[in-house]
Design a protein around this ligand. Structure first.
Ligand SMILES: O=C(O)c1ccccc1NCC(=O)[C@H](O)[C@H](O)COP(=O)(O)O
Length: 260
């Protein structure tokens, strides 16, 4: 079983338990349900930098990245740096994140927030809205076309943007549909954890122009972004490169200053 299969098997159990504890009605009563979400896709399409900066304590490929930060400080630091959006990992077991992280990021910053989660159920999209997200991630590798359609249309009905993540051509071809806003190519091979920007480069021509293109993972230099821009990428999801520092906001500020 690869890591993604393990994460998803755990996620089905977790979501079933969460549903028992907090009914849908209660999520819908969150004051954040009334909030109009700013669009990350729109922010990326008009931005000179296109940075989506991530809050990431640890991951299956890196046991420790940074456990010494407050998510609220990271969120306000990223906002001051001028990033287009922030990605908040909410998975606990594999990434050390939580929905509370999302809520605290929401309280600290106005920028578009992505709930970075392994979404397999509409319930998680209601949670995303109730805890202040503006964007959800759907991962093509773990969803059927029908599931992608149901989940993305549900997210759109709540006013959320949808980022669909692919790793290869097969995943891309099965997933393209109008209820998606952004297509993300993940440069990390989830079997070997190796990262290669070639994945983004080789898939770019297959992504229809209607979608904002996002390159994800393994981006740690201005040169990497300059190399991806000619392939049409407008968004760049960066986690570890900022989070491994003592002050991710300051490091994003310096990065963007050099980029634009
Ligand atoms: O990061 C991992 O090890 C990982 C393993 C299995 C599934 C997903 C994983 N990462 C999620 C992400 O997509 C990244 O956190 C994100 O793209 C940022 O990547 P990086 O800049 O390389 O930290």
């Amino acid at each position: 079983m690869n890591i993604l299969d393990k994460i998803i098997a755990d996620k089905y159990k977790e979501v079933a338990l969460r549903k028992q504890l907090i009914p849908v009605k209660q999520l819908e009563q969150s004051v954040l349900f009334e909030r109009k979400s700013p669009s990350l896709a729109q922010a990326l399409s008009t931005s000179a930098s296109g940075i989506i900066a991530e809050h990431k304590r640890r991951s299956p490929s890196k046991a420790t990245i940074n456990h010494n930060l407050n998510v609220q400080d990271v969120a306000s630091g990223y906002e001051q740096a001028g990033v287009c959006g922030m990605s908040v990992l909410t998975d606990g077991k594999y990434f050390g994140g939580s929905l509370d992280d999302l809520l605290l990021a929401r309280a600290a910053a106005q920028l578009p927030l992505l709930r970075k989660e392994f979404v397999i159920d509409t319930y998680q999209i209601l949670e995303a809205k109730a805890y202040g997200a503006d964007v959800i991630l759907l991962i093509a590798a773990v969803l059927t076309r029908e599931e992608i359609k149901t989940l993305s249309e549900f997210a759109k009905s709540l006013g959320l943007d949808v980022l669909l993540e692919v790793h290869n051509l097969e995943e891309l071809q099965k997933s393209v549909m109008p209820s998606l806003d952004m297509l993300g190519v993940n440069n990390r091979n989830l079997k070997t954890f190796e990262v290669s920007l070639e994945t983004s480069k080789s898939l770019s021509a297959e992504i229809p122009d209607d979608f904002v293109k996002v390159s994800e993972s393994g981006i740690s230099s201005i040169e990497a972004i300059k190399a991806l821009q000619p392939y049409g990428y407008k968004g760049f999801l960066i986690g570890e490169n900022f989070m491994k520092t003592d002050d991710p906001g300051a490091s994003a500020t310096e990065f963007i200053k050099q980029l634009i």
